[in-house]
Write a protein that binds this ligand. Structure first.
Ligand code: SAH
Ligand code: SF4
Length: 347
């Protein structure tokens, strides 16, 4: 969306200061507005009662609102995963999922775009195509509205693994991370935000330069040939360029890059694939997250058996590779990895 944002949750304290000064108020009013929206989770301008009524009216009269999204639909899965459908002001639905962890805390899966242009063969979001990038306000709102709407679900970690490719929307994703990490707001630590990418090389470089967060890469195949078949984006950014960019990504001590690997039976899960994967990743500080394929209506792959997933994990572990299995949650409400698809308002 070009031009000035009208959604205040997408503005940093300095930008809100400028705005309130332009409206004839003192700069500290802008900082108050930031704290009310991000720290106190005010749901609307009416709810920001520390500000003078005249300022709130002035902001509304100029078309400003606290948020860019509204909650339109909530679905709860039998395993307590919650899928939120959130409407944009232009009538799209963005999905975000709250996933229970073993610790009792929640991880929130955040969307960065409405749809996705990259068309990976195994992903439902990819099958539906791309509509538009989300704004920083629409990204942070997913988290702010979840915290305000579900106070009993303490969200501790954010992962950009919902709809869209975050590194094809770097400006807004970087800004959203700055907003979420701001000490006057949520003050999230770098280790609590993970950006997952299908391998957009210039985006990886920019992310490393512009913010501090964790990086996950959807690898899904250990060779360029197979990867290009499954993920067309690999023709644009081949595996050797991707690995070179990852070797240059700033990694503080003890931090690792995560490689996601969706297991597709008979396609990428043989012992030879495991061997190639270990070889490919041998010079990089990383861990592998195996994701058993989640089928969706019309998908052409099968769900792998638990035994075959365990077998692949053991092949990696035998070579001292740090690897885990992501048993997906929420598949009964199409909330699991690769199953998000709400691109139009069906609320
Ligand atoms: N576009 C980014 C962010 C979305 S993350 C990216 O691709 O990294 C979505 C994750 O779910 C990716 O790791 C992808 O490989 C995985 N995924 C996609 N479709 C899936 C499916 N049907 N089953 C299991 N995992 C899937
Ligand atoms: Fe897009 Fe990621 Fe799905 Fe590929 S896996 S289509 S990049 S959302």
């Amino acid at each position: 969306m070009a031009g000035e944002t009208k959604h205040l949750s997408g503005l940093l304290p300095a930008e809100l200061e400028d705005l309130t000064v332009r409206l004839g108020e003192k700069p500290y009013r802008g900082r108050q507005l930031f704290e009310q929206i991000h720290a106190r989770l005010a749901t609307s301008l009416d709810d920001v009662s520390v500000l003078p009524a005249a300022l709130r009216q002035h902001l509304s009269a100029q078309g400003f609102s606290a948020h860019g999204l509204t909650i339109s639909k909530i679905q709860e899965s039998s395993d307590t995963t919650v899928k939120m459908g959130l409407s944009t002001s232009d009538g799209l639905v963005v999905e975000s999922v709250l996933i229970p962890m073993e610790t009792g805390a929640f991880t929130q899966c955040m969307s960065s775009q409405a749809g996705c242009a990259l068309g990976c063969a195994f992903c439902m979001t990819g099958m539906l195509g791309w509509t538009r990038n989300l704004t920083a306000a629409e990204i942070v709102d997913q988290h702010l509205l979840a915290l305000a709407g579900f106070p009993e679900r303490p969200v501790k970690n954010l992962v950009f693994m919902g709809m869209g490719e975050p590194l094809l929307n770097v400006d807004e994703v970087v800004k959203a991370i700055r907003l979420l990490q701001h000490e006057r707001g949520r003050n999230l630590s770098p280790r609590r935000i993970t950006v997952s990418t299908a391998g957009i090389v210039p985006g990886i470089r920019r992310l490393g330069q512009e913010v501090d967060c964790l990086l996950a890469v959807s690898l899904n195949a250990p060779t360029q040939e197979l990867r290009a078949e499954l993920m067309p984006v690999s023709r644009r950014y081949p595996l050797d360029e991707l690995m070179a960019a990852l070797k240059g990504f700033p990694l503080p001590p003890r931090r690792r890059i995560t490689f996601e690997y969706v297991l597709l039976p008979g396609v990428n899960d043989s012992p030879a694939h495991a061997r190639d994967l270990v070889r490919l990743l041998s010079h990089i500080r990383c861990k592998v997250n195996l994701i058993p394929f989640n089928p969706f209506p019309g998908s052409r792959f099968a769900r792998p058996s638990d035994e075959s997933v365990d077998r692949f994990l053991e092949l990696l572990a035998a070579k001292q590779m740090v690897a885990t299995i992501r048993r997906s949650r929420g598949s009964d409400i199409l909330a699991a990895c690769g199953q998000l698809a709400g691109t139009k308002d069906d609320a």
